[in-house]
Design a protein around this ligand. Structure first.
Ligand code: ADE
Length: 283
């Protein structure tokens, strides 16, 4: 996968050199490039923002530096319309990304679609992600209109709160997507059993010693009985999810639940009604 991230604070993205993502880059599993938006300005002050038409607080990012930056990314990878360029080598020596679909342009914004594990999987299937990190009050909206002609445009929010800019969202999204790429996480089984993999939160985990500060590891985990351990863990997932994230319980597909799951949910105050999991009416 190729990722380009454009920001006025490229140093903010330095953590992407660390840990699993850094290793994936070194191993060539992920071709990630960070660009400074100011490189694409033409004035002496390297201006990227201006006052908003219509008035109001704050500044708005000018569209032209963004268009220049995004065009340079497109030039570097070659056309994505299924017609490979005559010269296969990209301008910077990198291998061009060629596919039938345009690169996905992710614009982090509190006004975007909320990022979740389903979206992480979807983005992990793309060949080329481009991140445009807005700052201030955001980017002139005409840039997004222009970009939607060249990219698959995705305004994405980390959640219902406001950050100072898109860089933290890039760190989160690249980590969540990068770890889904083949070869990035050493043991792929850990992707199967983690929170959100099956719409539920992960079960609690324990390690040695079996008694710590007067607290025992649950008996079921010490039994060596694999079926019993699996049953215990599944029940814990349901208990934890019902307590912390009842909204996720309501989104479960009843067809994916076993009879044991349905019984456990009933104990937790949920029942299946008209093909949906709902709070039990209690009568
Ligand atoms: N930029 C500012 N706030 C944001 C949020 N909640 N998610 C993504 N990008 C943002």
């Amino acid at each position: 996968m190729r990722i380009d991230a454009i920001s006025i604070f490229p140093e903010y993205l330095a953590p992407l050199e660390l840990s699993l993502i850094g290793k994936a880059r070194q191993e060539g599993l992920l071709d990630l490039r960070v660009h400074d938006l100011r490189t694409f300005t033409t004035d002496r002050h390297r201006t990227v923002d201006d006052t908003p038409y219509g008035g109001g607080a704050g500044m708005v990012m000018k569209p032209e530096p963004w268009a220049q930056a995004l065009e340079s990314v497109l030039d570097a990878v070659g056309p994505s319309n299924g017609h490979p360029p005559a010269d296969n080598a990209a301008a910077d020596g990198s291998s061009p990304v060629q596919s039938n679909r345009p690169p996905t342009l992710i614009v982090p914004s509190p006004a975007g679609e909320v990022f979740d594990q389903r979206m992480a999987h979807e983005l992990a299937s793309r060949e080329h992600l481009v991140f445009a990190c807005g700052r201030y009050e955001g980017i002139d909206d005409r840039l997004l209109d222009w970009a939607s002609g060249q990219f698959d445009l995705r305004p994405v929010s980390l959640g219902d709160y406001v950050l100072n800019g898109g860089e933290v969202a890039v760190l989160a999204i690249v980590e969540a997507v990068g770890r889904l790429l083949p070869g990035v996480v050493g043991n792929p089984d850990s992707l199967v059993e983690e929170s959100h993999a099956d719409g539920l939160l992960e079960y609690p985990v324990y390690t040695k010693p079996s008694n710590w500060r007067g607290r025992d590891v649950p008996e079921a985990l010490l039994s060596g009985n694999h079926a019993g351990i699996a049953r215990y863990r599944r029940e814990q997932q349901l208990i934890r999810t019902a307590a912390r994230r009842p909204d996720l319980i309501a989104r479960l597909d009843p067809d994916a639940l076993t009879g044991v799951d349905v019984d456990a949910l009933l104990q937790l105050g949920f029942e299946v009604q008209s093909g949906r999991v709902v709070r039990a009416s209690g009568d």
